[in-house]
Design a protein around this ligand. Sequence first.
Ligand code: BV8
Ligand code: ZN
Length: 249
Amino acid sequence: MTRPEQVAENIALVREKLRQARRVVVLTGAGVSAESGVPTFRGAGGMWRTYRATDLATPEAFTKNPQLVWEFYNYRREVLHPLQPNAAHKALAALEKRCQHFVLLTQNIDGLHQAAGSRAVLELHGNIWWVRCTGCGLKAEDRRVPIPFPPHCDACGGMLRPDVVWFGESLDSGVLHRAYTTLEECDLMLVIGTSGVVQPAASMGLYAQQHGAFVVEINLEPTPYSRAFDVSLLGKAGKLVPQLVKEPI
Ligand code: BV8
Ligand code: ZN
């Protein structure tokens, strides 16, 4: 267990690194949205009612039973749509305004970073508020709650799917390329609210570190990467992130 004085020292160290940093990259996971009321997938507080995301967030599940998969996403849209960004989302949006170069990589599909004012956001796993046609590939924002089943494309009549990356699907190559370029160039990386289970996002912290970045983890509980990263701060993102970025830096 980290002693209180050590936590204070670590926070002071990370604030100093933020002061010196010219290129900052942040990677977030479900833990950064937890204090907005968004259920996480694993670890403390997780799970989406009786649904197992890893069973339903797959192309096989959608082929087999598109109605059940749309029921899963409509349930999550109902849970998500009244929720607001929390102090961690807002602190990251404020940090972006103060950094020379800043990119926020998120595994989250809830859109709360953009709602908090973040601009340079790369959504590694897509966005629940967008749909994609399985026929012609047309993408569109669609905020209906729920989306009536079966949802058809206006252009070609094809079946619409959530515009998210499912397990077993590759991430968008353009998004990945931009993400790895920022990881190679950054001098400071914050990894916030992720259990470090899902690849390839889980390896991005080590990748940045191997390219010279100082990597800080902020998470409610230890992860497989906690001991590898330069600093691991245990606690709630909504409390720690504002502490790290509060003015004057
Ligand atoms: C791919 C969108 C190429 C859908 C999601 C290599 C090794 C092993 C496995 C693989 C591998 N490469 C590929 C795989 C398979 C798979 C994978 O990683 N499986 C896991 C389960 C082992 N990966 C893929 O399929 C990826 N594709 O690599 O393509 C390929 C293709 C075919 C075959 C092989 C390779 C695609 C992965 C994307 C899946 N889509 N989401 C949807 O959401 O419906 S992933 C899903 O999990 C979410 O996006 C979520 O963000 C993400 C990761 O979870 P976390 O964000 O970390 O959330 P979690 O709940 O786990 O943790 C939250 C943490 O926060 C906890 O630690 C908790 O303690 C903490 N916390 C809680 N409250 C707070 C807090 N922290 C701070 N403050 C708080 N208040
Ligand atoms: Zn279409």
